[in-house]
Each structure stands twice: as structure tokens, then as C-alpha cells.
Design a protein around this ligand. Structure first.
Ligand code: ATP
Ligand code: TPS
Ligand code: MG
Length: 415
């Protein structure tokens, strides 16, 4: 794992951002080095954590939504509720899980009208009905703004689950649908500070267009691709998947990182053991009993993360993606609007986030059969690129040149 080079005494959370902050949490509890088979958990570092229950897996994930950061003022309360459930379902979809239950905790300001709350609840109930998942509990507290914090539980057959890793060089990269709807609406609305509907009609003559309806629908009623995820997980030729709620570039970066780790070879550095026999015994004792892993083990200095790196030599294998601009499915208006607003449309498209499509990898030898079966059930999916060993996300532009994409997405505390 990357070194966390910051002085915790002087820096504020906003100086480091969401990604480093999460690394800070996971380093402290030793997630990275002891991630697998921990208390029955097969995986704790993916779109959802995976608990091995013998005959099947249960998956768990939670995504919190905060009024100020997730619900623009042009959304209805009903849409708040629906979106909060869908955002969480999107992470289950990425694993190919079938939803089994949802727990929702709420923070609500005392001056929220009962009518507004009723609408918010309607949104939650509609979404639960749509995903056919029972609301099994939660908590309700007073707070300064609306915060909806769902936790969802899913279920997978053991041979039907997808992780962010598992792909090989040459696999094709595909996406379940067009991206950029949310970025388009935000860009427009946030800049013009005007009513989205009117603006789109007057300035873009979108009123007769199906696209216009699609944009509003996608934002007001985003759907997690649960059916699609389950379908993908049944295909052995589909090697990995994730959802792209943080933006396509950032999620591709995560897939590369996870796949590097998954494919790394680990070699024991014998010199370290020769130096300290007692350290070796303590280490083995704890390593052989991961189920009772004691977080104090790291804290008490028996072994620090630095020591761990001394004991093992990690040899990660490089992976990358090559993506083709002319294959990315998006609504063409995003280009026009970005130009008017003087923004780089590729940044808008790749780095904004809040798209709820799935991105996945497929063995190229099976792509025709896969696409045929997939598209007999769902709207078309799009092959947008392939897996390389470059350690980069390369975007081949329409003019044939190549641009290296920064794996940056929406980042709380920074954006
Ligand atoms: N407060 C926390 N405590 C423990 N683990 C955390 C915490 N915050 C995040 N994580 C874990 O860190 C990992 C990365 O979190 P992140 O929210 O970026 O993932 P994600 O849910 O796939 O992304 P998104 O929120 O866009 O869907 C996840 O495995 C998540 O469970
Ligand atoms: C009021 C308001 N301001 C900005 C945005 C944009 N936004 C918020 S979170 C996010 C990405 C995923 O976040 P997370 O990591 O929380 O899943 C994006 C693109 C919004 N939806 N509402
Ligand atoms: Mg996710």
C-alpha cells in the first residue's frame, strides 16, 4: 500500500480527501494485509464485503447520502428516497448479488414537514418494491440536514460472484449503458442556476427529444443494475465488474489496483527471519490464526506494517486499460454543453460520477456469444476497450492520438 505521507497533528481532513482518509482507516485496522478469510469474510475490499456462509455468500455494503452533497435542490423528496436505495443497490449489482434486505438510518431536521417526509418515505418504499427487498430496520435521529444511510445485504451462489479483479491481458472492457447524464444535468444546472427543465427546452430545444426525458429520468430515478449484475455473474467469461458511481476513470483505476494485487506473487524474505527468531514465531502464530486476528497485534509492535513489508517481497503484475473515445456511449449533447460552458468534455464524462452503469471485463473469445445473450434480455452493452499490461488508463482519441487518463473521480472533502 502507498505510504501515507502526512503529519496527522497538523493536517485537516479536507487537506487529504476521501481516498486517503479511507486508506488511513484501513491502515490503522490492518485491512490490507489481513483482508481475506477474516472472521469468515472472503473479501472486505470490494464493492461489498463478502461473507462465506458455506453453501452461499452474503454481501454487505453501505453508501451514505447527505442532502448538501447528494441531493441537488431540483430533486423531489421522493427522489431522495429512491436514489438512496438505488445507490446502494448499485454496489450489490457490481458484485452480481441478489438483494435480500435493507436497513436504513435517517437523520432529519425537526422543521421538515410531515408531508415532505412522507414523500421521502414513498421514494424508499417504491425503490424497495422495485428491487423486491424488505426494509428490515434502521434508526431515526434528529440532525441539521437530511442524511439517508442505507446498508444493504445481498446473496450470491458461490460460483456466481464478481469482484473488481480477475481479468487478464486481452480481455475486453465493456459497459452496460451510456454515461454522462448526471454530469450533463449538474453542469448545466449548477452553472446556469436556472430551472433545468426550462433551460434545456429553451437553450437546447430538447423538448421533443426522448433524450430530454432520459436525462431527467436518470437523475430523478436512477436504477442500480441488479438484474444485469446477476446476469453477468452467471457467465464464466465475464472476469470482473464494478459500478461507476465515482466516475469511469476512477473506477478503472481501482480495477487496475485490485487486479495488480490479486495477481502479485509474494516471496518470503528469509533474511528477516534469520535476524529475529522470536518475531518469526509470533508472526506465524498470528498468521495461522487469522480468524482470531487481534488488531492490537499491530499496535503492540509485534509486527508493524513496515515489518510486514520487510518479511514479504511483493511482486505486483501490471495491468492497464486502453479505451477508445469513439466507442464510449454518451449523449452527444454533453460535448455541445461542455463547449458552451468552457469545460473539457472528457473530464466531464470520465471524472464526474453518479452514473449507475456497470463496467466489466469479458474474455474476447466469448464476446459474440455473450453479447447476443445479454442483449436478448437487456438494452445493448458496449465494448469500449481492452485490458493491457501498461499500468495506465489510455484513451485513444478520435484523431488517433493517445491521452493518459488520471484515475480521478468525485472525491468528498475535495470536490
Ligand atoms: N468509515 C469506513 N469504515 C470502514 N471501511 C470503510 C469506511 N469508509 C469506506 N470504507 C471501505 O473502503 C472501501 C472504499 O470505499 P468507497 O466508498 O470508495 O467504495 P465504493 O462503495 O465502491 O464506492 P462508492 O461509494 O462510489 O460506491 C470500501 O471497501 C468501503 O467498505
Ligand atoms: C448537491 C449535490 N452536489 C454535487 C453532487 C455530485 N456528486 C455528489 S457525490 C458524487 C459521486 C459519488 O459519490 P459517493 O462517493 O458518495 O458515492 C457526485 C458526482 C450531487 N449529486 N449533489
Ligand atoms: Mg462501488
Amino acid at each position: 500500500m502507498d505510504e501515507l505521507n502526512f503529519d496527522i497533528n497538523t493536517l485537516k481532513i479536507s487537506d487529504i480527501g476521501e481516498k486517503k482518509l479511507v486508506s488511513f482507516i484501513t491502515e490503522k485496522i490492518g485491512f490490507e494485509n489481513f483482508s481475506n478469510e477474516f472472521n469468515g469474510f472472503k473479501e472486505i475490499w470490494d464493492d461489498a464485503a463478502v461473507l462465506d456462509l458455506g453453501d452461499f455468500y452474503l454481501t454487505f455494503t453501505s453508501d451514505i447520502l447527505i442532502e448538501k452533497y447528494h441531493f441537488p435542490s431540483w430533486l423531489t423528496y421522493c427522489s431522495y428516497g429512491f436514489k438512496a436505495v438505488s445507490v446502494n443497490m448499485s454496489d450489490l449489482a457490481a458484485m452480481g448479488s441478489k438483494p435480500v434486505g435493507i436497513i436504513i438510518s435517517l437523520s432529519l431536521p425537526g422543521n421538515l414537514s410531515i408531508d415532505s417526509f412522507d414523500q421521502l418515505l414513498d421514494g424508499i418504499v417504491h425503490a424497495c418494491n422495485y428491487y423486491n427487498v424488505p426494509l428490515i430496520g434502521g434508526d431515526t435521529n434528529e440532525g441539521n440536514e437530511i442524511i439517508i444511510s442505507p446498508t444493504v445485504i445481498g446473496k450470491n451462489k458461490k460460483n456466481e460472484i464478481l469482484y473488481k479483479y480477475g481479468f487478464k491481458k486481452g480481455d475486453l472492457l465493456a459497459i452496460t449503458g451510456p454515461i454522462g447524464f448526471s454530469a450533463l444535468a449538474f453542469q448545466f444546472y449548477e452553472t446556469k442556476k436556472t430551472d433545468l427543465t426550462n433551460a434545456l427546452i429553451t437553450e437546447f430545444a430538447f423538448d421533443e427529444s426522448k433524450i430530454f426525458e432520459d436525462i431527467l429520468k436518470k437523475i430523478e430515478l436512477p436504477f442500480g443494475k441488479i438484474e444485469e449484475g446477476q446476469f453477468l455473474s452467471k457467465f464464466s467469461s465475464v472476469s470482473a465488474a464494478t459500478d461507476i458511481s465515482d466516475g469511469l476513470a476512477s473506477e478503472l483505476g481501482e480495477m487496475i489496483n485490485e487486479n495488480r494485487k490479486f495477481n502479485q506473487t509474494i516471496e518470503v524474505n528469509k533474511n528477516v527471519f534469520n535476524k529475529s527468531k522470536s518475531n518469526k514465531n509470533e508472526f506465524n502464530k498470528n498468521k495461522s490464526n487469522k480468524n482470531s486476528f487481534d488488531p492490537n497485534y499491530l499496535k503492540n509492535g509485534l509486527i508493524t506494517i513496515g515489518d510486514y513489508d520487510d518479511i514479504y517481497n511483493f511482486h505486483p503484475k501490471n495491468f492497464g486499460f486502453r479505451v477508445y473515445e469513439n466507442r464510449i456511449p454518451f449523449i452527444k449533447e454533453i460535448k455541445r454543453l461542455s463547449k458552451i460552458l468552457n469545460k473539457n468534455y472528457l473530464n466531464v464524462l470520465f471524472n464526474f460520477g453518479e452514473d449507475f452503469e456497470l463496467v466489466f471485463t469479458v474474455d474476447k473469445n466469448n464476446i459474440d456469444e455473450f453479447k447476443k445473450k445479454y442483449e436478448s434480455k437487456f438494452p445493448p452493452c458496449y465494448v469500449i476497450g481492452e485490458v493491457t499490461d501498461s499500468d495506465l488508463i489510455e484513451l485513444e482519441l478520435m484523431d488517433g492520438s493517445t491521452k493518459i487518463l488520471n484515475p480521478k473521480g468525485y472525491e468528498h472533502f475535495k470536490d
